[in-house]
Design a binder for this molecule. Structure first.
Ligand SMILES: NC(=O)c1ccc[n+]([C@@H]2O[C@H](COP(=O)([O-])OP(=O)(O)OC[C@H]3O[C@@H](n4cnc5c(N)ncnc54)[C@H](OP(=O)(O)O)[C@@H]3O)[C@@H](O)[C@H]2O)c1
Length: 281
């Protein structure tokens, strides 16, 4: 199977490039999704690929509310819509990533794939628009992770940096979810493609018991040998009270994993994967 990975410099893109060593993997510098002539200049022959995996995204949730709004829409909505059209024209399978930010976080319990989108902010709205475009292609996998942790900037890395400096952070305790390790997400994509699982939307996060960001921070501090440092709980409302331009966050980010489990993916417990991540440094 010939695979093209876009956004190969990001957390998920790097994991995909590692999981698919024979794939053509292009970073933003090599192909900018918002540049309509970029693919021709990069010499991309869309017809040569069986699958295109798009890991490129504008992921600055707060930036999308202000200066990044146009970039978010161009990257997260217009870009995937163009890929969807190319998928229909050239017949490749399109793999794309969604986010829990397309939901408003009020679903009672684990959120299923067909819950109604109701984004609270510009990032979520731009991603929801991209989701709709991708879902209109006959052959697509729309994979929805939460709280991604990989090789790049992420919450766990931030906590490890704070812990190393002896800082005792205050962290929100009313947003509940499960981290998704980028390598597990990449493995799930490989599984969907290799097994030819039914097309459609799949939730994929770490398994195990959901937790708050504060609990993830506490677990990270403990695993890094800094259990002596205190992580103080706060609420989302209090944390963002002095940040008027921050995006609103969904409180319930726990996604229902039943559908992807039915096609043979067993999401590892996020606590085990966190321990490995911290151990590797
Ligand atoms: N991170 C999370 O917690 C999270 C949670 C849920 C869902 N997701 C979704 O998971 C997917 C992967 O996210 P990630 O965590 O890997 O994000 P990431 O680490 O921020 O990587 C995104 C990559 O996309 C690139 N990019 C941005 N604009 C581009 C453009 N116009 N053309 C080509 N590439 C572009 C970025 O390049 P630069 O660095 O040069 O800008 C970066 O390499 C995204 O669809 C995201 O919405 C992420």
């Amino acid at each position: 199977m010939k695979v093209l990975v876009l956004g190969a410099g990001g957390q998920v893109g790097r994991a995909l490039a590692a999981a698919l060593p024979d794939a053509v993997a292009l970073t933003r510098a090599q192909l900018d999704l918002t540049d309509p002539g970029g693919a021709d200049r990069a010499g991309v022959d869309w017809a040569a690929f069986d699958a295109v995996v798009n890991a490129a995204a504008y992921t600055d949730v707060d930036g999308a509310e202000t200066a990044g709004r146009v970039a978010a829409w161009r990257t997260n909505a217009t870009g995937p819509a163009r890929l969807a059209e190319l998928a229909r024209t050239h017949g490749f399978t399109l793999v794309h990533f969604s986010t829990e930010y397309v939901f408003d976080g009020t679903w009672p319990g684990p959120v299923p794939e067909d819950a109604p989108p109701a984004p609270l902010g510009a990032y979520g709205a731009s991603k929801a628009a991209g989701d709709l475009a991708v879902a209109c292609t006959p052959a697509h996998y729309l994979v929805r992770p939460t709280w991604v942790v990989g090789d790049g900037r992420n919450f766990v890395r931030t906590m490890l940096g704070l812990a190393a400096r002896g800082i005792e952070p205050t962290v929100v305790a009313d947003q509940i979810g499960r981290p998704t390790f980028a390598a597990d997400l990449a493995d799930a994509v490989v599984h969907l493609l290799r097994t030819g699982a039914p097309h459609g939307t799949y939730h994929l996060t770490g398994g195990g018991e959901p937790a708050s960001w504060a609990e993830v921070a506490r677990a990270t501090y403990g695993l890094a040998g800094h259990a002596d440092l205190r992580v103080t709980d706060t609420t989302t409302e209090a944390y963002f009270a002095d940040k008027p331009h921050a995006a609103r966050r969904p409180l319930n980010s726990v996604l229902d994993l039943t559908r992807i489990e039915h096609v043979g993916v067993r999401p590892p417990d996020w606590r085990d994967r966190l321990a490995e991540y911290v151990r590797r440094g």
